[in-house]
Design a protein around this ligand. Structure first.
Ligand SMILES: [Zn+2]
Length: 261
């Protein structure tokens, strides 16, 4: 029997999947991946994402402006985002955030788009999908100034204390390919010690490949490998971890996941 798991973060709209998107999704389903969240990156990609999601019952889009591309975002796109939200009803606003790891990204611009999108999330009562690198405390501070109903800290990397602060604000934490590297000790400790009802599985495909697929395209079909590691780290059974992480995503986004009860 395969697991019943969901990929809470995969960029299926990326050109990396243009040649074999349908096959990738089918392969993932065949190994137990029964749901896919596609987070938004830039305004010009939203329509493609929405089209991919509309064609399937188990793919859900989030719409947003990713901090990586802060140089290309415009204020008009923020207005377009609001229009899209009221028309398309995405499950969340994302991927939004603050990346202080890459020095070429303008922090001021990143903060501007993050704050504006947090305010939209509050206005439309939507959860958010956060991308945070070297910026957990600044983002926690922004969340106090711009409170939202919660969401996901995707590819979480931080201290146990920071993790709990996010959980207290209604967030779940996403763990993916990085966990499959034995040297990821700190991350593995976190995944071992956090409450199961705060954990989510993700791939971030086509990026963040795990140990077995280093330097290759990452894919949602490898999501069971994240579950393999969690199973070795935690006391709960594989089935319990699969079920609870799926339930976490369902509750966070108020989703109907076909076949999941
Ligand atoms: Zn991402």
């Amino acid at each position: 029997m395969t697991d019943f798991i969901v990929d809470s973060h995969c960029h299926l709209d990326m050109p990396d999947f243009d040649k074999d998107r349908q096959e990738v999704v089918q392969k993932a389903r065949s190994v137990g991946v029964r749901g896919f969240v596609i987070p938004g990156t830039t305004a010009r990609r939203w329509n493609k994402m929405l089209k991919i999601a509309r064609a399937a019952h188990d793919i859900w889009p989030a719409l947003g402006l990713h901090p990586y591309y802060c140089d290309t975002h415009t204020e008009t796109e923020l207005e377009q985002l609001e229009e899209k939200i009221s028309k398309e009803h995405p499950i969340a606003i994302g991927e939004i955030g603050l990346d202080l790891f890459l020095p070429q990204l303008d922090e001021k611009k990143q903060r501007f788009y993050l704050e504006a999108q947090l305010d939209l999330a509050r206005k439309y009562d939507l959860p958010v999908i956060l991308h945070i690198r070297k910026a957990n405390d600044p983002v926690l501070q922004l969340l106090r100034q711009h409170p939202v109903r919660g969401g996901i800290c995707h590819a979480f990397s931080g201290s146990l204390q920071q993790a709990h602060k996010f959980i207290d604000q209604g967030f779940c934490l996403g763990f993916g390919g990085m966990l499959t590297f034995e040297r990821s000790r700190k991350l593995r400790d976190l995944a071992r010690n956090l409450p199961l009802d705060a954990l989510l599985l993700e791939t971030d495909a086509p990026d963040m490949s795990g140990e077995k697929h280093r330097y290759q395209r990452n894919s949602p079909e490898y999501l069971p490998e994240v579950l393999d590691v969690l199973e070795t780290l935690r006391d709960e059974s594989r089935a319990q971890i699969a079920c609870q992480t799926t339930l976490n995503l369902q509750q966070l986004f108020g989703l109907q996941i076909p076949g999941f009860h």
